[in-house]
Design a protein around this ligand. Sequence first.
Ligand code: UDP
Ligand code: LCN
Length: 804
Amino acid sequence: MASAPAFKRSDSIADSMPEALRQSRYHMKKCFARFVGSGKRMMKLNHLMDEMEKTIDDKIEKHKVLEGLLGYILCSTQEAAVVPPYIAFAVRPNPGFWEFVKVNSEDLAVEGISSSEYLKFKEMIHDENWGKDEYALELDFGALDFSMPHMTLSSSIGKGLNFITKVMSSKLGGDTERAKPLLDYLLELNHQGENLMINDTLNTVTKLQTALIVAEVFLSAFSKDTPYQNFEQRLAEWGFEKGWGNTAERVKDTMRSLSEILQAPDPLNIEKFFSVIPTMFNIVILSPHGYFGQADVLGLPDTGGQVVYILDQVRALEEELLNRIKNQGLSVKPQILVVTRLIPDARGTKCNQELEMIQDTKHSHILRVPFRTENAVLRQWDATAKILDHMEGKPDLIIGNYSDGNMVASLMASKLGITQGTIAHALEKTKYEDSDIKWKELDPKYHFSCQFTADIIAMNAADFIITSTYQEIAGSKDRPGQYESHAAFTLPGLYRVVSGINVFDPKFNIAAPGADQSVYFPHTQKQKRLTSFHPAIEELLYSKEDNSEHIGFLEDRKKPIIFSMARLDIVKNITGLTEWYGKNRKLRNLTNLVVVAGFFDPSKSKDREEIAEIKKMHALIEKYQLKGQIRWIAAQNDRYRNGELYRCIADTKGAFVQPARYEAFGLTVIEAMNCGLPTLATNQGGPAEIIVDGVSGLHIDPYDGDYSSNKIADFFDKCKNDVDIWNRMSTEGLRRIYECYTWKIYANKALNMGSIYSFWRQLNKEQKLAKQRYLQMLYNLQFKNLVKNISIPNEQTQEAEPKV
Ligand code: UDP
Ligand code: LCN
């Protein structure tokens, strides 16, 4: 791809494009005439490049144009809308940065245009009347954000917490009056009505500052570990309540942090202070879709890594909460409640139980709310009432998951006036090309109008957004991120979003998940190995007969194993891996292939895509005569056994290969790495960020099978000659995990977010309220009507409206 010749960051595309076109005006006139003449109305980068290739015959000329400024601009173009004589370009020079220009194909005049004008060009192609309607509904969330500080660097995207603690420092610093919001916030802290930290005695910043100095001197006389109870009485006389710490040292430390913030705030102290004060006790996590259960659910419709993620997340959050509460010197029981739907026909799972304790936690539960009975859909339920009832009070934080959970979280958080976080590892909009502009066509099947409206409401309502990777927010150099794709889009006939979400908004944070390290631990930890599974795993991998759990066999068991495990979806590309293996002689000579995926009998599946993949697997095994070198194992449910399976694969000096066409994050990648199994994973999505190519694993390209299978073969070839290469990749993989991908790191970050954004929303309450009003309008005037269009099977004749 062309670099940026003579293009400075300060130049806008609208400024530099006229010069770029002038440089080869003759060819460009031809080219633009061809763009217009091609008949294509929406052109993607590959279309533009193809037409350009065809127009300029001369190789040297072509090279000159592509390597020049124009080549650079075109390479950064995401799409172009052709409305003769104009061509409107959407250019993305860097993650998060977009510019729109229109070029007149007749005289090559260039003009910078707004996102609204650009979207109108797209609309003219799909719905001319709407595109021409001067009063078409435009959503502009940016208009409400004018006084909110935003980041400006691509490299800062996803580091919202760092940014807001800096902004807080400048907001709170200067004089005591400016620190008043912090004082007010502390005065409000309580647990079930009982004051925490300070009471009304310390109702001015000056009084608080003085009391802190006196208390610090007083505490210096105690040894570090002196329990809080020993000096509680005296602190109470000065206006201090519980929550500062359980020992003299902790209390002193927290007091010192606050004194320093009140003297001159700095981001580090602010983060430290908010990470120790008692603001979070009860958390609600909403995850309505799929079968949410602790056993026998993985692989059921809509049920995958998301369930694993939430259950591990709950365990990690509870552990961190218990630790924080103990250190605060409090004896409060934290509660985490996962709220999901109750499924009467639970297919042998516990999804029909209303309340279920979460394993390996002390106080966390799954609460299931029925949305339907055995034979009809319920039109009325009240999840909020159930939550308040179970928790005996309001939660401190609500975290939603995916479109449905986030929508409910937004309504509930707004109703209860509490802090809201959202998570959506996969947003639907980017999964289907032109899903916005073609919404009418797709709506009967996918209800995108509802879903995108829910997404845009939730993103804007959220106080903070947790993502697993940078690419989830802002993509990569070439591919826009999932959230980024909601910046400007249009649903012709419904509304045009000219500013939907800004990826430079400091609400975005990256907190990557981990894998349960009591289940996924290194193969070298011999004393911990779950050897009781070995006979079953031996059978699973090496027995010669086909049965309902596995087909195929491994002739030469001395070879290392290439292992993969995923749902049998097209996007997971297990068939792609099988084909690469089948085609590559060298790879077949060096290794065996073991895949855990779906099941073998297509008649047992109801999913069209899965049926096609099952058939394809059988066909590939046949076509490449893979029997003797492949073991296809049906989906596996026991995570302990799966953990041991990864380690047994490591014992063969094998590797985990994750070949997905796109992977939002990729839990299996970090499970394998946690087990010390070298991992070669897709460069499309999360794994590209998890693995540092050539150090902690290798990247493969799902769209280039030859390149990928050769890279895998090379790896095994090298390891055969030098076992240190395998060992190094295993160790570096583990190092990467321990540095960046553990649940401990996640829980710490997530609770800091909960605590700091709770204060941030107070600091910006007028703005928050204004946005809430705008969102309420969108919800009432649009969303509710869109929902009405979705037909409900076996509808009961109840008229009441669902409550959240
Ligand atoms: N998994 C499993 N059995 C299978 C396939 C997958 O237990 O047959 C687990 C896997 O260990 C991981 C999760 O399901 O914990 C899949 O998560 P991932 O993020 O890789 O993909 P998703 O299914 O969420 O797209
Ligand atoms: C959903 C996905 O698609 C996966 O890529 C993630 O790993 C999983 O959720 C858990 O975050």
